[in-house]
Design a protein around this ligand. Structure first.
Ligand code: NDP
Ligand code: 2IT
Length: 450
């Protein structure tokens, strides 16, 4: 299939140095080979060249003043990747590692993830290389105001609806929303992840983590198993990790780890969730502080990690939830996990496993749920927030959670059925990529060349 190879080569030439984007694009395009053999009309419409090219990319300068009165400058991005299925939808990431390539890979993944939810949302993503660590609330507010002073002209409740991601939670969404309202004079659902008393959806904060656990439940149920009593490894200690841990505890599983950029925490009796929330959501401090109350737990500083991977994946567990960041799980980590008897991986983060690690999981035929399927509960609940905003309603938790559960079950079913249709029934990567692609590509064809 020369098309796939040629498209990837062309991307490397026209968009140099975007390695994470090539990784995401290569996985999707490689999975599409059997689809193109059966349905060559996608090639006639040149869908693959069209789908890897963002509809629009906005890059801007953000100037703001720090507490010392010094003017700081950052880069801002919004990528409006694909609007075949609905308004652009996707989060904003504030992290010093953010480049245009990071935002591009995240935006690309978002297209297929959003398609899998079955809801009318297109793919977008944005962010900045701003580092929120150590910044005061005043600095965060001024940065968010400066960011929105440029972004507001490009977004709207029926055109592009940003949300949170790494470094962007309820506090940042509040500051961003306030500035949008000040600039436009409009009170509308232009952002999701808002506070509950001014337009947020009950259950949105919890949705990505809960959804990743529901996806694991679905994968295990297909193999006649449940999560109850299983030892679970979780990485990350942010929004996704915390609510993954919360749902695991509720279902009788035993989450024994979490991590942040400074180190990994291992508490074999099960993570003390109330303390974790206090340290991360209230104090915004290091996980090492956990030891003051639980001296029997272990803390592994990042400096002591193995050279070829991450300490969290060297611990023993039956189910793993990578919930921190991209490429945080290497081939050597995958080998260790498999050697230790892991049977299920559900990815809360976006592209947390390297391509070689994914190969290992697929070859071992364990239950492996790729991020674009397993973490789609967050964006799906964002769309529920949009629906509530446009009808001026607020739904109770039971309604939102029931919808989230049904959406995750439906995503799992689509991935599994599509994988079986293409004769590789345990390969949910293949299933997710083909099922997501088909929806977007069919819509693009029906909407003509645009
Ligand atoms: P948060 O900012 O709330 O938490 C991120 C966590 O991961 C923190 O504990 C952070 O540690 C750690 N982390 C981030 N970057 C690195 C890094 N380079 N190395 C080591 N640790 C790191 O973000 P979220 O929980 O919202 O996002 C986590 C992942 O989930 C991301 O991949 C995101 O794209 C994905 N995701 C998020 C959704 C959402 O609704 N929020 C939806 C779907 C996917 P520290 O605090 O020390 O930096
Ligand atoms: O990666 C993701 O799906 C998110 N960060 C959430 C996007 C959203 O619009 O809620």
């Amino acid at each position: 299939m020369p098309y796939v190879h040629d498209t990837l080569e062309a991307l490397r030439k026209s968009s140099p140095a975007q390695t994470e984007f090539y990784q995401a694009a290569e996985e999707v395009l490689e999975c599409l080979r059997p689809l193109f053999e059966r349905s060559p009309h996608y090639l006639d419409h040149n869908i693959i060249e069209r789908i890897v090219e963002p509809e629009r990319q906005i890059m801007f300068r953000i100037c703001w003043t720090d507490d010392a009165g010094k003017v700081q400058v950052n880069k801002g991005y919004r990528i409006q990747f694909n609007s075949a299925l609905g308004p652009y939808k996707g989060g904003l990431r504030f992290h010093p590692s953010v480049t245009s390539g990071t935002i591009k890979f995240l935006g690309f993944e978002q297209i297929f993830k959003n398609a899998l939810t079955g809801l009318p949302i297109g793919g977008g993503k944005g962010g900045s290389d701003f580092d929120p660590k150590g910044r005061s609330d005043g600095e965060i507010m001024r940065f968010c105001q400066a960011f929105m002073s440029e972004l507001y002209r490009h977004i709207g409740p029926t055109t592009d609806v940003p949300a949170g991601d790494i470094g962007v939670g309820a506090r940042e969404i509040g500051f961003l929303y306030g500035q949008y309202k000040r600039l436009t004079g409009r009170y509308e659902g232009v952002l999701t992840g808002k506070s509950l008393n001014w337009g947020g959806s009950i259950g949105r904060k919890e949705a990505t983590g809960y959804g990743a656990v529901y996806f694991a439940e679905n994968m295990l149920a297909a193999r006649g198993e449940t999560l109850a009593g299983k030892t679970c490894l979780v990485s990350g200690a942010g929004n996704v990790a915390i609510y993954t841990i919360e749902k695991l505890v509720e279902l009788g599983a035993i989450p024994v780890s979490c991590s942040d950029s400074r180190g990994t925490l291992h508490d074999p009796r099960g993570i003390d969730l109330a303390l974790l929330r206090e340290l991360k959501e209230v104090q915004r401090t290091s996980l090492e502080a956990y030891l003051a109350q639980h001296p029997e737990a272990h803390y592994i500083p990042a400096g002591d990690y193995p050279a070829d991977g991450h300490a969290v994946w060297r611990l023993e567990g039956e189910v793993a939830f990578p919930c921190a960041t991209q490429n945080e799980l290497t081939e050597a980590d995958a080998e260790t996990l498999l050697g230790n008897g892991v049977t299920c991986i559900s990815e809360g983060a976006n592209m947390p496993s390297t391509a070689a690690a994914v190969e290992r999981f697929l070859a071992a035929k364990i239950a492996y749920g790729p991020g674009k399927a397993a973490n789609a509960g967050g964006v799906a609940t964002s769309q529920l927030e949009m629906a509530q905003n446009s009808s001026m309603e607020q739904w109770p938790l039971e309604k939102v959670d029931a919808k989230l559960k049904a959406i995750m079950a439906n995503i799992h079913r689509q991935c599994a059925e599509t994988a079986a249709e293409f004769d590789d029934p345990t390969n949910l990567v293949l299933g997710a990529n083909i099922a997501g692609f088909r929806k977007v590509a069919d819509a693009m064809i029906e909407q003509g060349v645009c």
